[in-house]
Design a protein around this ligand. Structure first.
Ligand code: PA5
Length: 459
């Protein structure tokens, strides 16, 4: 595992004291950092915080690897049914660690439909061979509307093709005891993997939620967890000034007070684009909170924005360099790309191309990252870089663990509960009401009254 955090461009010596952080401020926070680290340790010990233990479950790894090889023998297609924390992590693992053209080269072909767009799902059914498809339904709660609806939609085709044997093409991953998926699994002998009760949806990528599709796709999940395990040691360091999770959390919380309420995640690597997407959920849903732990209204959080280098240099970077100074930009830089072909100027009469000759695409990409970093820093825009030696299982596991631990630290430093999502629950309840679910009639009436008032303002 080789992951480094360079936060020098957040410090006032590089970007000035109006927008930058005095290093002393971070040092002063070390005391609250230690309190936060101890609070997290206590939650690990009393087993209320489960994600710290995930890299160490060797027995589960063996079970998943054996199951994955049986899937490869039996199925030509794999469809992952889930949303939010039950989908974003698995997608990020797949796109970072497998070829972008995996489905044209490998088997089983893999799909991650994390939305209920009916046209998109109908296209998927046309694309796959239902009889030879494993449908992995993932829901911690077992009752999320989108996941349930997708499962019901799929069931029609499964029953048509397999009759009462439909259960052979289903796999569930859910809570060990709670939720509707458990009831269905019991009644229909459907195989189930478990999400530990003390691991929330957006922290669940290193449970069977992410490990099963990863193992099926041929990702080395042992190495993935080894990277996470190595990073977990660094993120439990009590000398918090050496702890990368504390440093990321502390600097971001200080910057929030300086009105940097947007967190841009900008990998200079297409393979890491979905890691930025996954980060968007964990940072937003965990830290975007109205109340602190004492129920005072604080309305904190940073809006995550995804950007891709170098593509978004030609789209968003103008805004980042000259627009409102309300962002902190995190670059992810890959030091060594797997492919490093040297460019040749095939048009020697065009001297303007000579500067590219002798270089590599990776060299250009990383120079562009450095150039953007310089432009931002010269314009006093806080930015930091996470450098990974290469896109590998170990480094992706480490990166995932790092962001999870940084989120947990930020929750402690902000004195909020980073592990609930009351705002999402509110939306879920409104969906149930609108769809006429039993027990939600009062809510439905409220929504209908509000909708009637809305009509006045539609032109
Ligand atoms: O982090 C969370 O808890 C959420 O984003 C959930 O992952 C998401 O709402 C899906 O929930 P479930 O896995 O219960 O279907």
């Amino acid at each position: 595992m080789n992951v480094k955090l360079d936060y020098s461009n957040l410090i006032s010596t590089n970007i000035g004291s109006e927008h930058g952080i005095e290093f002393d401020e971070i040092k002063k926070m070390a005391e609250s950092g230690l309190i936060a680290a101890n609070a997290l340790e206590k939650k690990i010990e009393d087993e209320t915080l489960g994600f710290y233990q995930l890299p160490f479950n060797n027995e589960l790894v063996e079970e998943i690897e054996a199951y994955a090889s049986s899937v490869k023998e039996r199925f030509t297609h794999y469809v992952h049914v889930g949303i939010g924390g039950s989908a974003l992590g698995p997608i990020a693992l797949h796109s970072s660690l497998r070829s972008s053209y995996y489905n044209s080269e490998d088997s089983p072909k893999m799909y991650f439909p994390d939305n209920v767009d009916p046209d998109w799902l109908a296209e998927l059914i046309d694309e796959i061979d239902v009889k030879k498809t494993l449908f992995h339904v993932v829901s911690k709660s077992g009752g999320t509307a989108e996941t349930a609806a997708t499962m019901l939609y799929i069931m029609k085709f499964l029953k048509e093709k397999l009759g009462e044997n439909f259960y052979k093409n289903l796999l569930f991953t859910t809570d060990p005891t709670k939720g509707l998926l458990n009831q269905i699994a019991q009644e229909n002998a459907i195989k189930c993997f478990r999400i530990p009760p003390n691991v929330g949806g957006r922290f669940s990528v290193l449970t069977p939620v992410g490990l099963i599709p990863a193992a099926i796709a041929g990702i080395d999940i042992k190495k993935l967890l080894a990277g996470a395990a190595a990073m977990s040691q660094l993120c439990r360091e009590k000398d918090v000034l050496k702890n990368p999770a504390f440093i990321f959390a502390a600097t971001h919380t200080i910057l929030m007070k300086k009105n940097k309420n947007i967190s841009v995640m900008m990998p200079y690597s297409n393979k890491l684009k979905d890691i930025a997407d996954w980060y968007g959920q964990i940072w937003a849903e965990s830290l975007g909170k109205r109340y602190d732990n004492q129920k005072n209204v604080i309305e904190v959080g940073q809006t995550p924005v995804k950007a891709l280098g170098a593509t978004d240099q030609h789209s968003q970077v103008q805004l980042y360099v000259e627009g409102p100074n309300d962002k902190v930009i995190t670059f992810i830089e890959v030091e060594n790309f797997k492919h490093n072909d040297v460019l040749v100027n095939h048009f020697p009469y065009i001297k303007d191309f000579d500067y590219l000759a002798g270089s590599t695409l990776g060299g250009l990409l990383n120079s562009e990252k450095q150039a953007t970093e310089i432009a931002l820093t010269n314009n006093k825009r806080p930015n930091l870089t996470i450098k990974i030696s290469e896109v590998s299982e170990e480094n992706i596991g480490a990166l995932i663990f790092f962001f999870q631990a940084a989120t947990a630290f930020a929750g402690e430093l902000l004195n909020i509960n980073a592990f609930d999502q009351p705002g999402v629950e509110e939306g879920k309840i409104a969906t149930y009401a609108l769809m006429g679910r039993n027990g939600y009639a009062k809510k439905k009436k409220e929504i209908e009254e509000a909708s009637a008032r809305k009509k006045l303002f539609v032109v």
